[in-house]
Design a protein around this ligand. Structure first.
Ligand code: S3P
Length: 185
């Protein structure tokens, strides 16, 4: 049986953040189905809006241009006052302080945390991530996690260590915590 939506009147969203390969898209889809809230994947949205793949955007315009597109997108979401949506973010979206602040204003921010080995295993199956194109992605992942983990922590209302956690438990944990979070408003 699917749980009922969080509350009838909560204008709130659930936002998933975390490193590449930590499961944001998969978990986002599952929460979206269970709560019957639409899923907005920031990478997919930017690809649709620009008509280009993320890797092409990086190649043609550089990372900073892509970060501007991410900031534009979350700013628009805040202005539109969107509600009851699941937002799955690109792994670098919280890097800008302004984005972190906007994400927190948009709703309940959940950091899906994972260790370097787990991330390496998950991301090594595909090659569409421009920032992981390296001879030694494992070392890169270690370095990036060291730099980024405090940033994710700064942004998150809830952290879930996902490495060995079955997806259903992650999804259930998020829904229950979000329900509690929104009920205390
Ligand atoms: C990035 C993560 C990617 C995508 C882009 C940059 C990052 O999204 O936005 O390649 O800086 O961590 P996923 O986290 O969905 O892979």
């Amino acid at each position: 049986m699917s749980p009922s939506p969080i509350t009838a009147e909560a204008p709130k969203n659930i936002i998933l953040i975390g490193f590449m390969g930590c499961g944001k898209s998969t978990v986002g889809r599952a929460i979206s189905q269970q709560l019957n809230y639409p899923l907005l994947d920031t990478d997919h949205y930017i690809e649709e809006q620009t008509g280009s793949k993320i890797s092409q955007i990086f190649q043609q315009h550089g990372e900073s241009y892509f970060r501007d597109l991410e900031t534009d997108l979350v700013t628009q979401l805040l202005q539109k006052d969107i509600a009851k949506q699941i937002i799955s973010t690109g792994g670098g979206l919280p890097l800008r302080k302004i984005n972190r602040s906007i994400l927190k204003s948009l709703g309940y921010v959940v950091w899906l945390k994972a260790g370097a080995d787990c991330i390496h295993e998950r991301t090594s199956k595909t090659n569409h991530r421009p920032l992981l194109q390296s001879k030694d992605p494992k070392v890169l992942i270690h370095q990036m996690l060291e730099q980024r983990n405090p940033i994710y922590e700064d942004c998150a209302h809830l952290t879930i260590q996902t490495d060995d956690l079955p997806i259903n438990d992650t999804v259930h944990g998020i829904i229950e915590s979000a329900r509690y979070f929104f009920s205390s408003y």
